[in-house]
Write a protein that binds this ligand. Structure first.
Ligand code: HEC
Ligand code: HEC
Length: 218
């Protein structure tokens, strides 16, 4: 891990901690009562019926909470989810996060050819372009890190993963709302960690990673 990245990880760790302290204690049973409006797109158990809607079953609670916040403030720009998050209180978000994180994410399948390359990048990164291994933050099996609010990736739909990596690469998805940044590719420190990482991925890398991730099970 190079120095810049290490500094960002440190900064991000602190930022995530601030989020964690502000997060109310979630009640999964209360969340079940609030989840019916989510079911049409994410499934009642968080395993979405369509690959453009992310699975949120088994996703870590802090990450779900943070994303709902980001949609509500508009830091993460998606018209469907901004509308859904607008009426939610902090307690609603924590309850929904507790409910969906208790479920189990369903597994998917990978394309064997793509997955080979995807696995290399995921576990080893790419020294030539200074790409850190995904496993360093998202876990060796893509299970995520619930303490740091790094999302679980394993089993996620390839279509969704691909769309997010492309959005990060275009600096279209802001991934750290605690630091004010200008989206300027010439100023790498003003980009979020996933924006910097995605900037180093080719279209082929993204296809390979998305397929590999869809096939990860744990
Ligand atoms: C009309 C469809 C729709 C409904 C209803 C809906 N969502 Fe979503 N949700 C989406 C889409 C589409 C995305 C992906 C947004 C993007 O691409 O940035 C998403 C993303 C999310 C994410 C981020 C997942 C990730 O991996 O980053 C969370 C968390 C989430 N939704 C929770 C909820 C909750 C909780 C509800 C109910 C209160 C809900 N959604 C209702 C369509 C919907
Ligand atoms: C330095 C730590 C770090 C590394 C290394 C890293 N990520 Fe991430 N990743 C994050 C964080 C933090 C987020 C959540 C951003 C946010 O809060 O919106 C994230 C989010 C994502 C998401 C969005 C998940 C979702 O549910 O919407 C995808 C996809 C992703 N990363 C893929 C990758 C891939 C593929 C690699 C390797 C090429 C990688 N990441 C390397 C920290 C990292």
């Amino acid at each position: 891990m190079n120095k810049t990245l290490a500094a960002v990880v440190l900064m991000l760790g602190t930022a995530s901690l601030a989020h964690a302290n502000a997060m109310p204690k979630g009640d999964a049973a209360a969340g079940a009562g609030k989840a019916a409006v989510c079911a049409g797109c994410h499934g009642m158990d968080g395993n979405s019926p369509a690959p453009t809607f992310p699975k949120i079953a088994g996703q870590n609670a802090k990450y779900i909470y943070k994303q709902l916040h980001n949609f509500k403030t508009g830091a993460r720009n998606n018209p469907l989810m901004m509308g859904m998050a607008a009426p939610l209180s902090d307690q609603d978000m924590a309850d929904l996060a507790a409910y969906f994180s208790d479920k189990k994410m369903s597994g998917g399948a990978a394309n064997a050819e793509l997955a080979k390359k995807g696995e290399r990048l995921f576990r080893g990164g790419n020294k030539q372009v200074g790409l850190a291994p995904c496993a360093g933050c998202h876990g060796p099996a893509g299970e995520g890190n619930q303490y740091a609010a790094y999302p679980r990736l394993a089993g996620q739909y390839a279509d969704y993963t691909k769309a997010q990596l492309i959005a990060f690469r275009a600096a279209g998805r802001d991934d750290n709302t605690d630091v004010k940044r200008i989206h300027d590719k010439d100023k790498p420190l003003e980009l979020g960690p996933m924006q910097m990482i995605a900037a180093k991925l080719s279209d082929k890398d993204i296809d390979a990673l998305a397929s590999y991730i869809q096939g990860l099970r744990n």
